[in-house]
Structure formats: C-alpha cells, structure tokens
Write a protein that binds this ligand. Structure first.
Ligand code: NAP
Length: 283
C-alpha cells in the first residue's frame, strides 16, 4: 500500500467501509482527461485508526484525499485549516496537502447545486422540501439557502436534528426556514437525503407525501444506486421531473479535483463526459 511510482500524484479516498466507492474511477478518468498522472487508492480506515493513518499518509506525501462516511467530522481534528463552509457544516469531504499542511473543504453542497444547474434546474425563488436531516441534508440546505431558495422546509424522523439544521440556516442565511410541512405550500422541489430507497431498502419510498407531487415538481434523490429509487419511480408516474444522486457525486468529485490541483475545469464538459462514462454504473 502507498507504493507509488515516481512522478505520480498520490491521492485516495478514506472511509469505512470503502469497497463500493466510485472515487478511484472518477479521479482516474479526470486525471487522464487533464494529463495528470495519479495513483488514487481506496483506503479503508476504522475510526480508531484515523489519526495514525493521517500521519502515515502525510509521511508518504499524499497530495489529496476524499473523505467519506464515517470520517467527515472526525477528520477535522487532524487538519491545519478548514474553509468557512466546512466550519459551518462541521464536515470535510476534501483534504489537500500543501507543503505538509492539510487543508479541509466541503464540496458536497456545491456539487449538489451544480448538478441541479446542469440538469436545467434553477433554485432561485423556489420552495424546497428536504427530507432527512443528516450530514448531506445540512450541505444541501446550506447550498439551497446560498443560492436564493424562497423557502426551505426540512423534515425528518428526528426533530432535534431538523432544529439543528434550521438553526444553522437562520444563523448564516436570510432564507425562510420551516421545520414542518406547511398547509397550502406548493413545493417546487422535493429532495430525499435519507438512505431510504438505497439497497437494502430498495422497496421503500422515502417520501410519505406523494400527494404533494405533480407535473410541476422536481424530485431529487441523493441516492444513485439504484439509479431510480422507488421515490423517483413513483414521482415519474406523476410526470414530475426526476434527478438522481449520480450528478452530485460526479460534481463534488470534479470540485475536489479542482482543489487537489489548483486548476479550473470546464465543469459542463467534464460533467457531460463523466455522465457518459458512468451512465451504466451500478454497484
Ligand atoms: P446521515 O448523516 O447518516 O443522515 C441520514 C439521515 O437519514 C438522517 O436524518 C436519518 O435520520 C435519516 N434516516 C436514516 N434511515 C432512515 C429511515 N429508515 N427512515 C427515515 N429516515 C432515515 O447520512 P448522510 O451522510 O446525510 O447521507 C444520506 C444519504 O445521502 C445516503 O444515502 C448517502 O449515500 C447519500 N449521499 C449522496 C451523495 C451524493 O454525492 N450523491 C453525497 C452524500 C450523501 P436519523 O437522524 O433519525 O437517523
């Protein structure tokens, strides 16, 4: 492990478990596209070994890391600096090593927002319902607020977590925020951020309020495996526009890649190529 040929950039994705991560293929593809020779590894680290692993990775000259479940919060302790957004979200999914110092960023929210834009959706002045109140919901809600959503309603089975998200939005943004469904509200977007609908819950619908959906609704699921969750399949029957989580996954990867190499990528073009490359993806 870590052995990498001279002149290659050493990168990796850190998680536990990590077997199903698409990041190595995604970054290998981007590396080829942009002529950057890289060695991107899957690194499975149990939470108790995180510090030791980070020290070893630094010693081995790691250039950058993607961080996934369950380390997005814990990693912060071992970084020299984190971005303002990562501070607000209390979450890091991208680490860059610059001259021995580790810098942390969160590209999840921007990845989500750009994937909507590239699917022809604009958030500005829209009423949005977000189901689930975990880490991904936090990033999604902040990006919705930053990009001018008219209102954000967050619902989840654990009301405390909903309140934490609503408090964050009220502290850092001017968005109108609700912690429960409002009567007569017409939701333009309904976004599932829970794992309900993902294997092994493939036969469960994350949205208990299908009556809110019509042909003017855009339904988004952060899940990308299966490509169409039951929520999206049912929404499609009501002629809603549907978007799965593959675009977000690809886009947060593109944004990480930009950070690793301090370059600006034509995101539309890279996104189109990656969509084509991964269109048949299924774990
Ligand atoms: P998380 O922090 O664990 O949050 C999960 C949320 O879903 C919590 O609000 C949790 O409620 C709720 N939930 C879990 N199981 C549920 C169930 N059976 N019924 C109702 N609610 C349930 O996880 P996360 O990091 O936010 O990730 C959530 C999902 O987003 C995952 O499927 C992940 O793969 C996906 N994701 C996709 C991308 C992408 O790039 N496409 C990026 C990030 C995440 P409690 O708090 O009550 O447990």
């Amino acid at each position: 492990m870590y052995k990498t040929k001279d002149k290659k950039f050493f990168l990796g994705v850190l998680g536990h478990p990590i077997g199903h991560s698409l990041s190595p293929e995604l970054h290998a593809f981007l590396g080829k596209e942009f002529g950057i020779d890289l060695d991107y590894q899957k690194i499975d680290v149990a939470p108790c070994d995180l510090k030791k692993e980070i020290d070893t990775l630094k010693l081995n000259g790691v250039k950058g890391l993607n961080i996934t479940i369950p380390h997005k919060i814990e990693i912060i302790k071992y970084l020299d600096e984190i971005s303002e957004k990562a501070k607000i979200l209390n979450s890091v999914n991208t680490v860059v090593n610059r001259n021995g110092k580790l810098y942390g960023y969160s590209t999840d929210g921007d990845g989500f927002y750009y994937s909507l834009l590239l699917n022809g959706c604009e958030i500005k002045n829209k009423n949005v319902l977000v189901i689930g109140a975990g880490g991904a919901a936090r990033a999604v809600c902040l990006s919705l607020a930053e990009n001018g959503a008219k209102s954000i309603t967050n619902i989840s089975r654990t009301q405390d977590k909903v309140h934490t998200i609503c408090d964050m939005l009220e502290k850092y943004t001017d968005a109108s925020v609700f912690d429960a469904l409002s009567e007569n509200m017409n939701y333009d977007f309904i976004i599932n951020t829970t794992p309900v609908g993902m294997h092994p819950l493939e036969n469960e619908n994350s949205c208990k309020f299908m009556e809110l959906i019509n042909e003017n609704t855009t339904c988004v699921d952060l899940i990308y495996n299966p490509g169409k969750t039951l929520f999206l399949r049912e929404a499609e029957k009501k002629n809603a526009k549907i978007i799965n989580g593959l675009g977000m996954l690809l886009m947060q990867g593109i944004l990480s890649f930009q950070k690793f190499f301090d370059i600006e990528i034509d995101k539309d073009k890279a996104y189109d190529k990656l969509q084509e490359e991964f269109k048949d993806f299924r774990i």
